[in-house]
Design a protein around this ligand. Sequence first.
Ligand code: PLP
Length: 285
Amino acid sequence: MSRIAYVNGRYVPHREAAVHVEDRGYQFADGVYEVCEVRAGRLIDERRHMERLQRSLSELRIAMPMSLPALSVVLHEVVRRNGVRDGIVYLQITRGVAKRDHPFPPEGTRPAIVVTASRIDPAKIERFAADGIAVVTVPDNRWDRVDIKSIALLPNILAKQTAREQGAREAWFVDAAGNVTEGSSSNAWIVTSGNQVVTRTTDGTILKGITRTVLLDVLKAHDLTLVERPFTVAEAIGAREAFITSASQSVMPVVRIDGKPVGNGAPGLIATALRADFHSYAEKS
Ligand code: PLP
């Protein structure tokens, strides 16, 4: 089945899908995005992802290019046309196409929208989850609006590349006080020796992950105590467990941080249980 992308109102073959050279996303990273997991052909937590999309757009004063119901049809249609059962659907909205100039483009410039879908082999992700992943830490050198899911991701790209070059799957950003903020494309969590589940509060220094939000319900159902507070790299290395959350990986155990084992160096029981239960609490559409 050949891949199809949705670009500004048209479904086009993926290899021909293109945006204008003066798209402000291309020139200025002036746009936002969302990634929804697709599982068994259904979108996971679409409603929450669309809520966050609207917030990101409104913080940047970019208009929503179409109604939410229409957007939902497009997302499902792209998934269907690409025959994706398990994978992700990617949505990007930019401030549109205009002559290159830093201020906002003229009134009436239409935001540009792209939607793609791709398959991810669930067995591959399960293998990572079974083994657990390694993370490395890097200084958090991002701007102070990381609560917006902006397509400006250079620090995240450099951080992820550092991780890959050191044989790790993810990089954790560390703030000036030595506390972990979040991953380059995930939220960061630890489990203490007292079985408290700790993650940073959504105080503007992290992206409020949708997986993070849903996991709070899973924690309640498991009678686990949640503590929203910062934690240091040393505390994470000495923790009983560590894990990350993101739409494409749900709950992923972390077994090494900066080359040092977390707990006994194997995926933790709590992370594994939360992963097993996550989708019972997620919305499917
Ligand atoms: N933090 C960052 C910086 C991210 O890029 C992501 C996801 O891409 C997340 C956290 C996790 O968010 P979500 O659970 O909504 O995928």
